[in-house]
Design a protein around this ligand. Sequence first.
Ligand code: SF4
Ligand code: ZN
Ligand code: ZN
Length: 311
Amino acid sequence: MKCAICKAQATVYLKHSKLKLCDRHFKAYFLNQLRRAVEKYKLLTKGDRVAVAVSGGKDSASLLYALSSLYGDQCHLSALFIDLGINGYSEQAREVAERQCEQVGVKLKVVKLSEYGFTIDEAYRLRRLLRRPVCSICGMAKRYVLNSEALKDGAVKVATGHNLDDGLALILSNYASGNMSPLLKDLPISPSTDSKLVTRIKPLCYVYEYETALFSLKVGLPTLEQRCPYQAGATSIVLKESLRSVEDRLPGFMKGFVKGHVRLARLAASSRDLMLKKELSYCQVCGMPSSSKVCGFCKVKMRISEAKLQC
Ligand code: SF4
Ligand code: ZN
Ligand code: ZN
């Protein structure tokens, strides 16, 4: 197997594009994928202060490394780790995230979700009362804290390591639950619609999960081996496994689907903006933008505090 570019020994075969590449050209290919997304969707502007969400995993580590290699001299990058309060897992995740940031040379800020009122362990214990899967609460909490911390630090963008597999799983679950608003917002860039909302970008949105795994390995980044104890049975995991077996038989299917969805969502962007303007008000508790009187984060926080008082 020879590299399609330099004819040296190929080490990677990318089935979706039938590309055989050596280590050097795979790294260049990966960086190029990211650069193309950044340019096509105007994800970054020179001088941007960007908070990169890191979790200790391979996706966010690859994102941090790639952004730093490509844009480290043009943007002010900083990393943000949220300690979710998952006993035995969050400690290890934090330790790996610290090593990743040290290796890449980006300053890391650690924030504890408990400082915001609860932990994911507590949300899991009270999942029946909250009537919401723990991963859904966790995702919402991460978005809330990232936005809040980015605002405090004066960041104009929050970059997350969501890859193509994550994106497609999210698109499908939103379709399945008829959740239209996130579907329209789920683009490589979710521009700020309020001074209290920081623009969110997903530069790895067209990169397969196995490519980020390979990249982190090839550039020698430490990554978290341990899995979150609440991951088993999560909708996104089930969907991603099923999608990969489709992709295996129909190479390129996942990428084609996401690209098609993004095109549709962008076509609907103007009506989305109108819709968001109409829907947005402010949470009566924390004052952050919300589509209801009390935002989802504050509702979960209040229910958890009430349950703790009753214990
Ligand atoms: Fe949070 Fe679920 Fe991911 Fe665990 S698996 S970190 S609970 S979203
Ligand atoms: Zn090569
Ligand atoms: Zn609130």
